[in-house]
Design a protein around this ligand. Structure first.
Ligand SMILES: [Zn+2]
Length: 314
């Protein structure tokens, strides 16, 4: 079996992780968001699948399992594409990935559920909920329907145009389901830490997407940039990690203001296609490893059956 095929999905995940922040800044935000979130899931699954397949070859060598599956454990041992130590490490990595992904998935699911429940318990006309409190704040809370929770103190400090930008930004988060994209990337990172740089990239891409929607609503990119900078100054505190709430002015504000002061982003088909080609490469390598390991088990099964007909299995 080709070592290149085994290493390809892991290398692709590492490259995609490093490429993520670049995609978030170069591609139109909507394209970047979809590419990063889908790519993260595909890349994480490819890498974990290869490690799992390698671990399967090691597990298949256990005499009890080989006898149960009717294949020759000695053939698997002789023809194994990796050393037993690497197989054991692969199994351990799959186990850790599974536990980490389950933990992050459960935490995010609980947070989203709590947000949906909170939204369901709010009696409000429309999606806007104004709360009292001295701290200026504004967040989009996903739910059915989602709510935009804004403090009265912040609304008082904003001009009508700035309020419009704020609400359009938060509504864009809810209508585009940005919390689902962020959750998908968080799960992928938990399963494969090589994708860690995508955490900041997906946050930036979704914030930029909401900024662009607000700018389109207002029909004024400069005015939106000014409103964004002002809200960022007025609301300073960071959201707790793992919360599905999305706020307007806390992430990479200077880069987002610069982007709004430039022309609207245009599609970058070459960059998008090159990224898709990279991800496809990882996927194909995973399929290649799967096919080769399937053949290995078929061969081991054939040896077992031949030995059995002669009076003893290997
Ligand atoms: Zn936001």
């Amino acid at each position: 079996m080709s070592t290149v095929a085994i290493l390809a999905p892991l290398s692709v995940a590492a490259c995609f992780g490093l490429l993520g922040p670049h995609l978030a800044r170069r591609l139109p935000p909507r394209d970047a968001t979809w590419l990063i979130s889908i790519g993260a899931v595909v890349s994480a699954l490819s890498a974990v699948a290869v490690l799992g397949l390698l671990g399967t070859v090691l597990l298949g060598q256990l005499p009890d399992l080989a006898s149960l599956g009717h294949w020759s454990s000695s053939t698997l041992r002789r023809r194994s594409p990796i050393e037993p130590g690497i197989g054991a490490l692969s199994l351990l990595a799959v186990l850790v990935s599974g536990v980490a992904a389950a933990f992050v998935g459960a935490r995010r699911a609980l947070a989203v559920l709590a947000a949906y429940r909170a939204c369901g318990g709010i009696a409000a006309e429309g999606d806007l909920v104004v709360i009292d409190g001295t701290q200026p704040s504004a967040v989009a809370v996903p739910g059915r329907p989602g709510r935009i929770v804004v403090s009265r103190s912040l609304l008082r400090l904003l001009s009508p145009g700035e309020r419009r930008v704020l609400l359009a930004h938060e509504r864009a988060h809810l209508s585009a389901g940005h919390h689902w994209h962020r959750s998908a990337v968080a799960l992928a990172i938990a399963a494969n830490p090589l994708l860690t740089p995508l955490s900041g990239a997906i946050t930036y891409a979704t914030e930029r997407w909401a900024d662009e929607r607000a700018a389109a609503d207002l029909g004024d990119r400069r005015g939106t940039a000014r409103a964004l900078a002002r809200v960022a100054l007025l609301t300073g505190r960071s959201a707790r990690q793992g919360e599905p709430r999305l706020a307007i002015g806390r992430q990479a504000v200077s880069a987002r203001v610069s982007a709004l002061l430039s022309d609207a982003p245009t599609p970058q088909p070459m960059l998008a296609l090159a990224t898709i080609a990279l991800l496809t490469l990882g996927l194909l390598a995973t399929l290649m490893v799967e096919k080769e390991i399937e053949h290995l088990f078929e061969l081991a099964g054939h040896v077992y059956r031949t030995a059995a007909t002669r009076g003893g299995a290997g």
